[in-house]
Design a protein around this ligand. Structure first.
Ligand code: WT7
Length: 659
């Protein structure tokens, strides 16, 4: 963890006084629409939070064998919930709806090119069973890891559910990650099988997923013995005999029923890799029962899940949002989800609104970066579509600036739809701080209050709760919750160090700074570690630095985040070359080469927006790179920090681009 400057960086400058009561039209039909009902939930949770969660787990999950133990803290900070129960997640998301909702649409899908597919719960059941049988036939068993590298098509959800059905642990790798990133994740997870597609459509291009997969598997990845390939684009691809098999062939001759494997509540449902403050992404391990409960409860509390909703969460299944609010939560409640494969701007910036209109989307959940991009495109796009089906809007991934919030509220929601700003993380599994929209008054830019049963606080360096309103500190969670992460795959030390060490295992440390206002509303202020948030996606500065120094011409690199109108933060790289600094610090070819290189090592989202070459980096006499100084320089602000401890003060001119 880097130094956290409580005096300067953490004191908040933001003043936002606007308040929005839940619109009456929404309140009328909302499931939780009385303050008393919500207060009762808080009361129950406060009286006895274990019983509170146990009751919900009993009521909301279909168990194979019921649990008798609620919370087991014996091995804290590895907490176990509902430990002696057994269940199957896919059974809970599909089979249990077959009695009453077999013909209800589970998934509506539209591809970037306009192809539409609909799958009923009965059809979803059969597709999941077939693929589960195919996996079993290829030797995938309880506890085996399966890596998915897929486009945003129904088969991505089908493959996740199929893994859950047989107790295999999936690890979805976002299709925008490079071959190298894929390889690292396959190896870390020790995956037996990879599921991919010939390609996917995005931004009027074909993403060559199978080619990247072949490259990843061409060196290392010894654990992999089969690759399933979905035909999506029909492009010519290489197939390796004995290893690669087409999805449609694999699912042809298998039965369309597959008995679910009953797993323990604590059985890992999935690993999902996320960036941290070291070079290597970490495999966040989630449980089965506790995780499922989190997705169900937050779908009800925050998204006011209703039977006739068409629920659209725009996140890719490669991120946690696509796990909890595409593949699991809404299906566990028997809802209809909408999935879209492509970019929001194809063929134009009206695509999302056209999709909302055509498919009659009722709940729409997206990221601030998308909202800002669509806002920039102008009001004519949403203005020319009928958005009257919408009743609730959501946002996630980074703090939403009040201007974007107001636009979302006014132009998309027509002041009829509450906005749920949901704070959570890959590690928390589901929403943690978010409004219950039929009751809670919202303030643009605040994720409002922690959900019932979740004990959030802002604490100072010594771990004391900051009582003074609006004073920033570390955001922590003080009690375990059912949908919390269980481990970092294969790295116990990192689990303890990253999330628990700072306050001696007492609190879960989120890595965000936050403040709490006089009404008990939380305002997220940014990360306290070396993690950037670019378009709502987490990227470790060290991860990008390691990628840069792996290039033969680079001696040293420092990455900082710079505020960006569209993406929240953008990546700024300071690079010291092994050879001479380019004349005037400019070498466009090398800059293009390095950006390309980072794209290849990690993925396009990690490409630095700007690269500045220097003879060396500003370091303290003890050799520590002065990141805060670099950040100031990159933002073009005047240097107010004390630079007297700098080893080479003369470098400042050069870093500012003045030489
Ligand atoms: C980090 C987690 C959870 C899904 C998306 C990202 C930031 C997330 C908000 C929000 C302010 C937010 C935090 C957090 N963040 N939601 N509503 N307001 N900041 O998941 O990649 O695990 O990133 O995203 O900094 O720690 P993730």
């Amino acid at each position: 963890m880097t130094d956290i400057d409580t005096k300067n960086t953490i004191d908040s400058m933001l003043q936002e006084d606007r308040c929005f009561a839940p619109p009456s039209e929404f309140v009328e039909h909302a499931t939780i629409n009385k303050a008393d009902d919500l207060n009762k939930l808080y009361q129950l949770a406060n009286d006895d939070y274990e019983t509170f969660w146990a009751t919900l787990a009993h009521d909301e999950i279909d168990w194979h064998t019921r649990f008798s133990k609620v919370l087991d803290s014996t091995n804290a900070p590895h907490y176990r919930w509902f430990d002696d129960g057994t269940l199957n997640i896919s059974y809970n998301c599909i089979d249990r709806h077959l009695i009453e909702r077999a013909d209800k649409t589970a998934i509506i899908f539209e591809g970037e090119r306009g192809d539409i597919q609909r799958l009923s719960y009965r059809e979803l059941h059969s597709a999941v069973c077939r693929f589960a049988n195919a996996l079993r036939l290829h030797g995938v068993e309880h506890g085996d890891r399966v890596v998915l590298y897929m486009p945003m098509v129904p088969e991505a959800v089908i493959a996740m559910q199929a893994c859950a059905r047989i107790g295999a642990i999936h690890s979805v790798v976002f299709g925008g990650f490079s071959a190298e990133a894929l390889k690292n994740r396959i190896e870390d997870a020790g995956a037996k099988v990879v599921v991919t597609a010939d390609g996917g459509y995005r931004g009027n291009k074909i993403i060559p997923l199978k080619a990247a997969c072949d490259e990843a598997l061409s060196h290392g990845c010894e654990s992999v013995n089969a690759v399933f390939v979905l035909k999506r684009t029909g492009e010519d691809i290489a197939m390796t005999t004995g290893r690669d098999i087409y999805w449609h062939d694999a699912t042809k001759l298998v039965a369309d029923d597959c008995p679910p494997e009953w797993v323990n509540s604590e059985h890992p449902l999935f690993l999902l890799y996320t960036s941290g403050s070291t070079g290597k992404p970490k495999g966040i391990q989630h449980s089965s029962a506790g995780y499922l409960l989190g997705t169900i409860m937050t779908m009800k509390w925050v998204f006011d899940a209703q039977d006739d909703d068409i629920y659209w969460c725009t996140a890719d299944v490669g991120w946690i949002t696509g796990h909890s609010y595409v593949a699991y939560g809404p299906l566990a409640l028997g809802m209809t989800i909408f999935m879209y494969e492509g970019a929001p701007t194809v063929p134009d910036a009206g695509r999302f609104w056209k999709l909302c209109q055509y498919h009659k989307v009722t709940v729409f959940y997206t990221a601030p970066t998308a909202i800002r991009a669509l806002m920039k495109a102008g009001d004519a796009y949403p203005g020319s579509h009928d958005l009257s089906s919408l009743r609730l809007l959501g946002t996630v991934g980074e703090p939403i600036n009040p201007e974007a919030w107001m636009w979302y509220h006014r132009v998309i929601g027509k002041e009829r739809c509450p906005i749920v700003d949901t704070w959570w993380q890959t590690e928390t599994g589901a929403n943690i701080i978010a409004p219950v929209p039929g009751v809670v008054v919202t303030k643009p830019g605040s994720c409002t209050r922690p959900l019932p049963g979740i004990d959030v606080a802002v604490v100072d360096e010594s771990g004391n709760v900051i009582k003074e309103p609006n004073k920033g500190g570390y955001l922590v969670i003080r009690k375990p919750w059912p949908f919390m992460l269980r481990a970092v795959w294969g790295d116990e030390e990192r689990y303890r160090k990253t999330y628990w060490a700072l306050f001696n295992n007492k609190y879960y440390v989120a890595g965000d700074s936050a403040r709490c206002d006089e009404d008990g509303y939380y305002w997220i202020m940014g990360r306290t570690d070396d993690v950037l948030n670019v378009s709502g996606h987490r990227l470790g500065t060290m991860e990008i630095e390691s990628a840069l120094v792996a290039h033969e011409k680079v001696a040293e690199a420092a990455i900082v985040g710079v505020p960006d109108d569209l993406t929240g933060e953008s990546i700024f790289a300071y690079v010291v070359l092994k050879g001479d600094r380019p004349i005037d610090g400019i070498d466009e070819n090398l800059t293009a080469e390095l950006r390309q290189w980072v794209g290849k090592q990690i993925g396009s989202i990690a490409k630095p927006k700007e690269i500045r070459y220097a003879d060396n980096l500003p370091k303290t006499r003890s050799g520590k790179i002065m990141r805060r100084l670099l950040r100031t320089i990159a933002s073009g602000e005047a240097i107010t920090q004390d630079t007297s401890t700098l080893e080479n003060e003369a470098i400042l001119e050069q870093l500012q681009g003045k030489q």
